[in-house]
Design a protein around this ligand. Structure first.
Ligand code: BTN
Length: 247
């Protein structure tokens, strides 16, 4: 059988590599994971810290979904299924911060970047990139990240096999694509909400810095936030941050 998962020692960004592969006609589920990335990309134009050999940098090309409505749910499905895989393999309890950040306790352990694959104005599928801090030690985290990030090793006290995890996460991402395409929205939202760490917490919206309390998901995967004056907003893009308790 043709192997769908390839390893490269170093690259600019695995999301870009997989985009190229898919444009050359690679099959659904084709994936690349790298030892290090020179310009790893995060959500909202950020940089993704990608030190050599310590963490997981994986991208998967999907030729589905082809409906924009389903594409909107894909990041949530990927988050929920990847959190489950990481938890099963490492024993660490993984939570989700909307839309698809992987957290352990009060720190981020992984992030997901979903991009659409298009031809002209037609949706052809998606590229799903996931970065997980696997074996990095606290001392190797830059100061700005040490306050907000953790790793599987830091949380479980032991090192984990990055290649084995990459294989399991590739399958989970393919399953997430099938889930949104197969009309399983309801169970997907349930699955996500079981790991929701935002619900009931005070959050700040990136778009205008307004604060409110996260109330969970709408049917389309958007986040509902209730402000102090009782009005609500449905957030479809961007980000929330947690407002720390000052007591
Ligand atoms: C986030 O901002 O939370 C998303 C981070 C996604 C990082 C991964 S690492 C593999 C893939 N290649 C990239 O350039 N980014 C994603």
């Amino acid at each position: 059988m043709m192997t769908l998962l390839r390893y490269v020692e170093e690259t600019a960004s695995t999301n870009e590599d997989v985009r190229k592969l898919m444009s050359e006609g690679a099959p659904h589920g084709s994936a690349i994971f790298a030892g290090t990335q020179r310009s790893g990309r995060g959500r909202l134009g950020r940089v993704w810290f990608s030190p050599e050999g310590l963490n997981l940098y994986l991208s998967v090309g999907l030729t589905a979904p082809r409906q924009p409505r389903e594409l909107q749910l894909l990041p949530l499905a990927v988050g929920a299924l990847c959190a489950t895989v990481i938890e099963e393999r490492t024993g660490a309890r993984v939570g989700l911060k909307w839309p698809n950040d992987l957290w352990i306790g009060e720190k981020k352990v992984g992030g997901i970047l979903c991009e659409s694959l298009t031809s002209g104005s037609t949706l052809q599928g998606a590229i799903v990139g996931i970065g997980v801090n696997v074996n990095i030690a606290e001392n190797d985290l830059p100061d700005d990240l040490a306050a907000i990030a953790t790793s599987l090793r830091m949380e479980t006290g032991r090192a984990h096999d990055i290649e084995a995890l990459a294989g399991a996460l590739r399958s989970a991402i393919v399953d997430a694509g099938a889930m949104v395409e197969g009309g399983q929205q309801r169970s997907l939202l349930d699955l996500w909400q079981q790991r929701d760490i935002s619900r009931g917490r005070r959050v700040r919206l990136l778009e205008d810095q307004r604060e409110g309390v996260a109330e969970g998901l709408e049917k389309d995967g958007a986040l509902r936030v209730r402000f102090d004056d009782g009005t609500t907003r449905v957030v479809r893009s961007g980000e929330i941050s947690f407002v720390r308790d000052t007591h």
